[in-house]
Design a protein around this ligand. Sequence first.
Ligand code: FES
Length: 204
Amino acid sequence: MSGAAGPAVEQPASFEFEPEVWAQAEKIIARYPEGRQQSAVMPLLDLAQRQHGWLPQAAIRCVAEKLGMPYIRAYEVATFYTMYNLAPVGKFHLQLCRTTPCWLRGADELRRAIKDRTGLSHAGVSDDGQFSLVEVECLGACCNAPMIQINDDFYEDLDYESCTNLLDRLAKDDVPAPGPVNGRRFSEPAEGRKTLLDRVEGAS
Ligand code: FES
């Protein structure tokens, strides 16, 4: 297992956007008024991360230069948000929410399932490179707590067993549909809808 919380020790010497990725970046930059291009720092860091797989310091420097801002300002953004991975991550990057609603609803059990299935008990990458883990603050899906973000998707209403099943499937590159795993519909009450009972299913 290797650590993934802080910046990677081994860093690439340089980074440059691929032409098609830079074309996307230019469209984003163009949304902002002249002189306000720095407002594009978050989506550009995200594009750089998606291109490279994680966010090396050379990519942060490249984004800062493209936007005409000091490196330290872009670095502050990249190190503040857990959505930016400053070191390599696994094929399936698990962001385990540990804030109060998820914790009260069983985040400790998900943590135990992750440790039992992947060997990861804290931030790091599994030996086979299939999984990485980081603990994060509220991801805004508290009504479906406890939950984990895996890559770009939320998996919700988990418990030890369903979390283990989820990880078993991912280990085989079998990616389930995101959302509640217990049959619940979106964030409706767990026992079914309580209001608007005369609403016709599928009607707007
Ligand atoms: S506390 Fe976990 S999503 Fe809000």
